[in-house]
Design a protein around this ligand. Structure first.
Ligand code: HPA
Length: 265
């Protein structure tokens, strides 16, 4: 499906083989500042590659060295709520694998279901619940047809990330992320339901990328930056500008953790 996009990127990358892909969530673009002399390719230059429509998602590849690794960073992700078929998300991950990628690091902005995990917190995703009502593997029909999800988020990478956080004295939570389609924020009644489901964070992305990556045999790490308490948990009403602002506060901490992680692992 993205054969022409692959051919274009392969040619632009020349002999550079990325081993890690990083997908940056809303307002989390800062991570790319740690890449040395990145090759920047706007999505719009890449034939047949889609363009994101949401503010906070620039729509550019940043390609270069980060720590020990050759990375391809996607500043700007695609969401189901943009009307993008989740199958396209699978094709993007497959194209990244074709380019050489073996590990996927995904970040997102999320609402917290826990009073003790306020805006500005960082949460490593331990597991997820796919409440999106769809699945990127529908129609893929390739082995493994029924991928195992018992350790979707690689335990070794998580342990190593938590160790780095401890060394840097940056508090990091671990928890379950639930994806709803959005694009509206939840109602207070929906939030009360999510609390009964015992999840720590809620958002509108990430799960399609992770399911795709697991089916394709990539190792995955996911990080949520908490931008707000979920609707009704305090007096604030969630809105996108506030989400970007709160995420902006945590982006430096997250960049540091990701940079240290890429130097070690
Ligand atoms: N709900 C869903 N998605 C989100 C939220 C939220 O409260 N905050 C940031 N992304």
């Amino acid at each position: 499906m993205l054969e022409k996009s692959y051919e274009y990127l392969k040619q632009r990358l020349d002999n550079f083989v990325p081993d890690t892909a990083i997908i940056l969530g809303s307002g989390l673009g800062d991570v790319i500042n740690s890449i040395q002399d990145p090759l920047i390719i706007p999505y719009s230059d890449v034939p047949f590659f889609p363009t994101p429509t949401v503010s906070g998602h620039a729509g550019k590849f940043y390609i270069g060295k980060l720590g020990k690794h050759n990375v391809i960073c996607l500043q700007g992700r695609f969401h189901f709520y943009e009307g993008i078929d989740v199958r396209m998300i699978y094709e993007i991950i497959r194209m990244l694998k074709q380019l050489g990628v073996r590990r996927l690091l995904v970040t997102n902005a999320a609402g917290s279901l826990r009073m003790h995990m306020p805006a500005g917190s960082i949460m490593l995703i331990a597991d997820h619940i796919n409440m999106s009502g769809t699945n990127p593997l529908i129609g893929v029909c390739e082995e493994p047809y029924f991928p195992d999800m018992s350790e979707a988020y690689d335990l070794d990478m998580r342990n190593s990330f938590m160790k780095i956080a401890e060394e840097e004295r940056i508090p990091v939570f671990q928890g379950v992320y639930m994806m709803l389609t959005g694009p509206n924020y939840e109602t207070p009644a929906e939030v009360r339901m999510l609390q009964m489901f015992n999840v720590e964070a809620v958002g509108m992305s990430t799960v399609p990328e992770v399911i795709s990556a697991v089916q394709l045999g990539l190792k995955v790490m996911g990080i949520s930056v908490i931008s707000n308490l979920a609707t009704g948990m305090d007096l604030h009403k969630p809105n996108h500008q506030e989400v970007l602002r709160q995420v902006g506060r945590a982006t430096q901490k997250l960049s540091l953790l990701i940079t240290k992680f890429m130097e070690k692992e």
